[in-house]
Design a protein around this ligand. Sequence first.
Ligand code: PLP
Length: 427
Amino acid sequence: MGEGLLAPTISSSDSAAGISAVTLETIAAEVGTPTYVYNAAAVRGQYGSLISSLQAVPHRIHYSMKANSSHAILSLLRELGAGVDIVSGGELFRALRAGFRGRDIVFSGVGKTRTELREALTAGILMVNVEGEGELYLLNEIAGELGLVAPIALRVNPEVTVDTPHPYTRTGERGLKFGIAYDEAIPVGRLALSLPNIRLRGLDMHIGSQVSSLEPYRAGTERLLQLYEKLRLEGANDIAYLDIGGGLAVTYDDEKATDVEAFAAAIHGVIQNVPLTLILEPGRFLVGNAGLLLTRVLYRKRSGGREYIITDAGMNDLLRPSHYNAYHHIESVRPTGVRGVFDVVGPVCESGDFFALGRSMDAAEPDDLLTIRSAGAYGFCMSSTYNSRPRAAEVIVDGDRWAVATEREEYADLTGHELTELAWRDV
Ligand SMILES: *Cc1c(COP(=O)(O)O)cnc(C)c1O
């Protein structure tokens, strides 16, 4: 690195910190703030570590694109050889637009519509991860209309206990809305085998998000295998895939990321003697620490005994702190060495509009640039235009070059679908 290329301190929580201060300043000057900045090398690094640890296991990686569905990220992962896990017709549209083929796609989600199922079958996707009897009947009907056979997996709730930082990110416990209750999996499996336009290709689970312990995966995989053995006795001869979902953890603060070597060894131990291909649906693991939110300090303010740093990014840009009480590391692009304790808050008219409360951090001054780290997953894709704030831009950095991936929205984008002349109809 040359003179002036002072990289922000590389914290263990974020490999995107490999982006130099000069680059971040250039991006801020040319694209403005707030802007999401992704590091392609970090995505490649995570993908590479996952597939190399899984060498002994026949597997497919289906990136859970709800974590970050931007075209640049999808293209990057497609080039690396990933497929995708989608949860809506909109994600199917984005996946096909990014060049994924039908057979690269699995379709998850608790409330798929008739239209979405028809679109997915028409695209020839690998599997629909079916969540219940109603969906199975509907899919059978649609497949019949299209003259197709619908490949499916049964998404089973393995009813394992999971420890995630926030209850909203647990999905594999008894009594949650996700999946087929474990004790109903066999009857639903029988139903699948009896329907003429359904082909049972897999068993599936997704236990939660930001799960660093291995035991729930091991236990859940074992429970899926027990179902596999029982369903084979019922005549299920086409099951080829064991989809164990996503949820692999990354480091935001000081928590443990999933040890993928140990993860792979644990799963391998359970499935080594069955002729099934493992499917993984990682989202956060691949992109979480590959992105940051670049924001500029607007004001400093003292009020009621608290010191505030007010940024030009708000909760509409990054919802995780207010929605999940999530921790994000925050650093100045040019730390001065002066530190303090601050509430970092956005401009949105909500007390929940904060990025950090009582945080010991760089004493950033107005006009300084801050990076809000580990914002690559569930960041931009959860952003909204609340308070009529146009959505941020996205930039991707790849080695010694960078490019705008998504242009910043303009005011006119806010009202694009709003009608100023109403076409009244009689009630
Ligand atoms: C959200 C989700 C994932 C990805 O979860 P991560 O924690 O981001 O890995 C995978 N599969 C399903 C079905 C999901 O809903």
